[in-house]
Design a protein around this ligand. Structure first.
Ligand code: 13P
Length: 256
């Protein structure tokens, strides 16, 4: 069985006080939801405090990025070892904002993925096409290329040790969610791309891009959608809890 995962990506939002208050509001309702897994990916400076606030709960801590380097003279960098030290279980790599705003290419993303695994963090690898790419019919080519960079550097088995998040760039922060059918089509392509049936069947594939309380259940009901990576709605406790409840309500998927 693939157990669903819902992860909040807080991006560069909030304060120390608001981050702690958000966790405080999330924990009682989330601790009652036992049939899926949950995580929050906080900004670097708040990881320790958010980790402290999560202690003893089933909600995991995640970071939003990791350096591709091990350690040393990389001003501003945050290493996998540091994230592990702060209690992180997950780390997002290759988010489209990192790719487009900070110029990260497929090879850098693959190096980050490798660093995450080296430090026993679960990488959440983001893949997805822009609107122009979708409209010109190259969605599968783009997503396939993004996956191949990681497969070539880390190996196919390593892909199954992480989590994939399909995040169409045109759906991020736009209010324009992919339809459940559009998400399912790309998720199914991703699973097929892995090739190996056993690995593909165990791979968690999240959907991200304008997931809200009112559309989560339909997305999570799709056969190859194993949960969500939630941006804006993860900053509002009631909204995030409602999305997490939708994952709880969705059936666990039997491995193919
Ligand atoms: P929104 O949910 O705000 O569209 O952001 C999605 C996202 O980028 C999660 O990583």
């Amino acid at each position: 069985m693939r157990v669903k995962l819902v992860a909040g990506n807080w991006k560069m939002n909030g304060t120390l006080a608001s981050s702690q208050a958000l966790v405080k509001a999330l924990l009682p309702p989330l601790s009652a939801l036992k049939r899926a897994h949950y995580a929050v990916c906080a900004p670097f400076p708040y990881l320790a405090a958010v980790g402290q606030a999560l202690r003893g709960s089933d909600v995991a801590l995640g970071a939003q990025d990791v350096s591709q380097f091990e350690d040393g003279a990389y001003t501003g960098g945050v290493s996998g070892a540091m994230l592990a030290d702060c209690g992180c279980r997950y780390v997002i790599v290759g988010h489209s904002e990192r790719r487009s705003v900070f110029g990260e290419g497929d090879e850098t993303v693959a190096l980050k993925y490798a660093q995450a695994l080296k430090h026993r963090l679960t990488p959440i690898l983001c893949v997805g096409e822009t609107l122009a790419e979708r409209e010109s019919g190259v969605t599968e080519e783009v997503v396939g290329r993004q996956l191949n960079a990681v497969i070539q550097r880390c190996g196919l088995a390593a892909l199954a040790q992480g989590v994939i998040a399909y995040e169409p760039v045109w759906a991020i922060g736009t209010g324009r969610t992919a339809t459940p059918q559009q998400a399912q089509a790309v998720h199914s392509f991703i699973r097929g791309h892995v090739g190996d049936r056993r690995l593909a069947g165990s791979l968690l594939i999240l959907y991200g891009g304008s997931v809200k309380a009112n559309n989560a259940a339909q997305l999570f009901a799709m056969a190859d959608v194993d949960g969500g990576l939630i941006g804006g709605a993860s900053l509002v406790a009631d909204e995030f809890v409602a999305i997490c409840s939708a994952a709880q309500g969705a059936k666990e998927t039997v491995k193919t």
